[in-house]
Design a protein around this ligand. Structure first.
Ligand SMILES: *Cc1c(COP(=O)(O)O)cnc(C)c1O
Length: 487
């Protein structure tokens, strides 16, 4: 097991070994001939691993201890909001009344679940300043796509079919241009000016009768608040376009300002970021979408509504873009977010943003002494450093990220946003103690010093992890996702 090698569960398998004991089968076997298309039937025996229960537990416990999570260490991954996920959320999500119900149950038998789902919709409407919210989309990217499909349906219904373009800042999250493309639009890039904000003159030049929407994150991915947002909204609306708010990260503005008040028509939220759904490893997520009253008819169906005799789903929605996800969204993640909102309350959520912004600015002001800070005004919930000073010494941002692993930290987001050279995007979140922030800053300063005096050390890091440098390009481009037995 040296060099990071860890046998697959399949390689631990020994024929005939079992980790379970099932009671004797006491029902008659059924003849399934003719029930399925022959093509769907397995021709060979399923090749499943055969291990004991203890082997199974050790295997996965061992694997999990090699991972980094917010429960094990600081995780300042910018744009991802790796805040602590309160354990009370887990308690509530596991209550049998919630965990044992089935989406095919009669609505009358799940009124409690529908009640909190409706309350969550209402809370999110209040938090974002939007008219109506759907909980259906399963992630931020799916929320973006859902929102853009609604904007498309809106323009099309008015016969306004020449609107083929969606404007996206060059600092935008990669999912923005991707969602615009998948929704059938052409993504057009608007520049960032020297303040780190959308270049208004460039925006004016781009907006015309072909503009379907402007997609924005505010605060943007540099962690800066787009202070011209009201003017931008007017420019886009006057030309007949709509404003889409990427609200994946709401951590800086809770209780202070709302996308609806800024003039946005559609908003998606990442409940797995701001609202504490656990999301290391990619999911499951939840990306609710809120809209203005004007766009409400286009929301995915069914829509959960309050009726005279309780809560229920409205299926008769002729202008709806249709269903975007089976059942009613990621129920368990929505329930965790609801628990979080209810335990924090309005005042608590406001304090979340205060501490998130304070923590980010504290770190930024200390780290700007050792690293280049391309945009120097106060930040919101995150900030972006450049590794350009260290690059001149032959040490890249990737090297410093790897070196951080030796000290037990998850590195910040790197090389994003793409408009900053050697970018390091740091988001501490509100849940970290000052000592944790200080320790991390000390480590970053130490690495900056190493870059100057012992660059090879940083270039060769990490030294303490179970694996060294991985071939990340091949891993991303040619992933091997399935066990391939050796002959
Ligand atoms: C995380 C993120 C997204 C995408 O959200 P997913 O749930 O990963 O699809 C979109 N925009 C921004 C700004 C984000 O940080």
């Amino acid at each position: 097991m040296n060099n990071g090698a860890y046998p697959l569960i399949f390689e631990r398998s020994r024929s005939g070994r079992t980790g379970f004991s099932l009671p004797q089968n006491d029902v008659e076997e059924m003849d399934v001939d003719g029930l399925f298309d022959e093509d769907y039937k397995r021709k060979e025996k399923a090749d499943l691993p055969e291990v004991s229960e203890l082997q199974l537990i050790r295997h996965y416990t061992g694997l999990s201890s090699r991972n980094h999570g917010v429960d094990t260490g600081f995780y300042p991954l910018g744009s991802c909001t790796m805040k602590y996920n309160p354990k009370i959320n887990e308690d509530v999500a596991r209550l049998p009344g919630f965990s044992h119900i089935h989406p095919f149950q009669e609505e009358s038998t799940v009124q409690g679940a529908l009640h909190w789902m409706y309350d969550l919709q209402e809370s999110l409407s209040e938090i974002t300043g939007m008219h109506t919210v759907t909980l259906q989309p399963a992630a931020g990217a799916q929320g973006e796509w859902t929102g853009l499909m609604m904007i498309r349906a809106y323009h099309e219904e008015r016969g306004d079919t020449g609107r083929t373009k969606v404007i996206v800042p060059d600092s935008a999250h990669g999912t923005n241009p991707a969602s615009a493309t998948v929704a059938g639009f052409e993504a057009v890039t608007v520049k960032t000016d020297e303040r780190g904000l959308v270049d208004i003159e460039d925006l004016k030049r781009l907006v015309d009768e072909h503009t379907a929407a402007l997609m924005l994150t505010n605060p943007n991915t540099l962690g800066l608040f787009e202070e011209d947002i009201v003017e931008m909204a007017t420019i886009v609306h006057d030309a007949g376009g709509k404003l889409y708010y990427d609200g994946a990260n709401l951590n800086a503005i809770l209780g202070y300002t709302r996308p609806g008040d800024m003039g946005f028509d559609v908003v998606h939220l990442n409940l797995h970021k701001t609202f504490t759904g656990p999301h290391g490893g990619g999911g499951p997520g939840s990306g609710p979408v809120g809209v203005t009253e004007e766009l409400e008819p286009y929301l995915p169906k069914p829509l959960l509504v309050k009726q005279e005799d309780g809560y229920g789903f409205e299926y008769e929605r002729p202008q709806s873009i249709g269903r975007v996800k089976p059942y009613y969204g990621n129920f368990g993640i929505n329930l965790r977010a609801y628990t979080y909102i209810r335990t924090m309350g309005a005042e608590g959520l406001k304090r979340v943003s205060e501490y998130a912004v304070l923590n980010a600015n504290y770190m930024m002001r200390r780290l700007e002494k050792s690293f280049e800070l391309p945009y120097s005004q106060h930040c919101k919930h995150e900030f972006v450093l450049s590794g350009s000073i260290q690059k001149k010494l032959g040490v890249r941002t990737l090297d410093m990220a790897k070196r951080l692993l030796d000290f037990g930290y998850h590195p910040p987001t790197i090389y994003f946003p793409i408009n900053v050279e050697e970018a390091m995007m740091i988001e501490p979140t509100e849940t970290e103690a000052k000592e944790t922030l200080d320790d991390f800053i000390d480590t970053m300063e130490r690495i900056a010093e190493e870059a100057e005096h012992d660059p090879e050390k940083v270039q060769e890091a990490p030294f303490t992890t179970v694996v060294g440098r991985l071939d990340e390009t091949t891993a991303a481009r040619k992933p091997v996702l399935k066990y391939q037995p050796e002959e």
